[in-house]
Design a binder for this molecule. Sequence first.
Ligand code: NIG
Ligand code: FE
Length: 396
Amino acid sequence: MSASSLLVDNIGELVTNGPGEGPLGIRRDAAVLVEEGRVAWVGPAAYAPAADRRIDAGGAAVLPGFVDSHAHLVFAGDRAAEFAARMAGEPYTGGGIRTTVGATRAASDDELRATVRRLRGEALRQGTTTMEIKSGYGLTVADEARSLRIAAETSSETTFLGAHVVPAEYADRPDDYVGLVCGPMLAAAAPYARWVDVFCERGAFDVDHARAILACGQAAGLGVRVHANQLGPGPGVQLGVELGAASVDHCTHLSDADVDALAGTASTDGSGTHTVATLLPGAEFSTRSPYPDARRLLDAGVTVALATDCNPGSSYTSSMPFCLALAVREMRMTPAEALWAATAGGARALRRDDIGVLTPGARADLVVLDAPSYLHLAYRPGVPLIRQVLHNGVSQ
Ligand code: NIG
Ligand code: FE
């Protein structure tokens, strides 16, 4: 027995997202053995092996830690006044991104680092054990590189979003900005990034610019993800599918052809490398916009993930339980579909098979709830139900 072994015992309801009952692979009266940061064994509590230490879940539910596959944590300032104006009737256009760019450029490294750590800490206390972090509020070579350098101190899932918007100083020469993004900015950012992303939307980047930037990122070894079809219909989703994106995110305004394209990747690819639709209901909540049609995607067989989109403009929440509750109440996802999307779905969106599941060999990233069932996450919205979080087997 390894000196670091830990038994999480007396679990009333264990969500594995693997073998077990129903789509969540539920096991009752279960235990999980953790060794060296990984799940070493899962089975009935009555047959649990001995371990050096024990956590008694007291009959509560245990789930994989949430995988938040879409967040913008490297920024300065907030846009509470913009939020208040929206709640008084102003529409969201994405124009406020430039306000945050100004504040971010003016901030010190330590200020940016403190914000990333504060938000990452908030999320961890709400059960998020993996959090993707994007750049995108620097938009100069130096500011994008430092944003990613700071993000990489906290997460291995970092995304270069130099193509968030065209910054004011390039407003009348977007081609030059795309050249900067594909050239020196990508070169400075790539050492700290795993992914490349583009905001493909009217008012941000058109399909030709988006394709060029994503292709350059791919050539530099980065995986592709796309902000697509958030504010209106557009080519982003199909561009993502064309380029083999791990995920297309938002998906609020979809045509039948968009849904068919996503469903086609799911049905032709059994390897888990298809394109996931990541839905971000915190953004629709905070911009008072119509929610994406999750049922249409699920019923077409598309793999769906849920994420927070945590950012100071369109969705200033770090809470996966909040997003999960919105998905159930406002997007007609079942509680089981929403939990899967917030755990295993997020893992698929990051092309990871070592997280989002509690099966032998997976990372020991898990959450003990202050509740007997995962159903309580949506049934008791706004209530702090996360009793304990293990990350890589270590209690947080
Ligand atoms: O995902 N849509 C683009 N980017 C962010 C919003 C950024 C902002 O408003 O600051 C999003 O919603
Ligand atoms: Fe976003």
